[in-house]
Design a protein around this ligand. Structure first.
Ligand code: MG
Length: 264
């Protein structure tokens, strides 16, 4: 099932995509069944169908927090010069205000001369949980989506910690929807910028897998429905500039595209 959030007129609704084409992509016959309330717990359609082409997708979830895992792919640790592989999952936070949706602009801040894309698999939490043992992690995951952990690389190096470098408004594009039927293993993660393939990784290269990451994060902080955990970026992260179009694609989920602009 693919759960999205859409703007219909001035209102926002969760919905379920129906009538995807043979490739699992939205097509002419695709509609969205709007939901009553939220998709955490029982999913209840409200009876209305809207045509996919008549609505605008927004970020598929509004997290109370975005927890990100750093240094989770060895080739990325090496290319950025991040030192040794960590002995346990390295966590940092991105503010909820960094989240934007498909098609929303990534705004380059004046404080940085060097902003990079990081294509990542995002876990969407489905229920309140803490201290989740790895064998029960599947029970707390609603689904998965694509994320771009946009990073001001110069500020990351200069500051020594990452709140500023990772925390600007628009530095966490999410979408296009939440795929609930998704096995995370052996999935290609790609990032293209203006049709140039920049990142071409696989989830098999994660140092800490999904179960390990959720177990570790939930051992630190209570996770709430809609919270998002980013699982780290493979290599190939490179600078983006105003005018670029950045697409994160994960096989089995879909594509998340955002234009890049200078922050006004
Ligand atoms: Mg990252």
């Amino acid at each position: 099932m693919r759960i999205c959030r859409v703007a219909v007129g001035d209102e926002l609704f969760f919905g379920v995509l129906e009538g995807l084409d043979a490739q699992g992509e939205p097509g002419e016959g695709t509609v969205i069944a709007l939901l009553e309330g939220h998709p955490f717990g029982e999913i209840v359609p409200d009876g209305r169908l809207v045509r996919f082409e008549d609505v605008r997708l927004v970020a598929p979830v509004l997290p109370s927090k975005v927890v990100a895992i750093g240094k989770n792919y060895l080739d990325h640790i090496r290319e950025v010069g991040l030192g040794e592989a960590p002995p346990e999952p390295l966590m940092f936070l991105k503010p909820s205000t960094a989240v934007v949706g498909p098609g929303d602009p990534i705004e380059l801040p004046w404080q940085s001369e060097h902003v990079e894309h990081e294509a990542e698999l995002a876990i969407v939490i489905g229920r309140v949980c803490r201290e989740v043992p790895r064998e029960r992690v599947a029970e707390v995951i609603l689904g998965y989506t694509c994320a771009n952990d946009v990073t001001a690389r110069d500020l990351q190096t200069r500051d020594g910690q990452w709140a500023r470098a990772k925390g600007f408004d628009s530095f966490c594009p999410l979408g296009p929807w939440i795929e609930t039927d998704f096995a995370w293993e052996d999935r290609a993660i790609r990032c293209t910028v203006n049709d140039e393939l920049r990142q071409d990784g696989t989830t098999n290269d994660m140092l800490f897998d999904v179960a390990t990451v959720v177990e570790a994060v939930s051992a630190v902080m209570t996770l709430l429905p809609g919270d998002v955990i980013l699982t780290g970026s493979p290599s190939g992260t490179k600078p983006i500039k105003a005018g670029d179009s950045v697409t994160v694609r994960i096989d089995g989920i879909g594509s998340l595209t955002n234009p890049v602009v200078d922050r006004a």
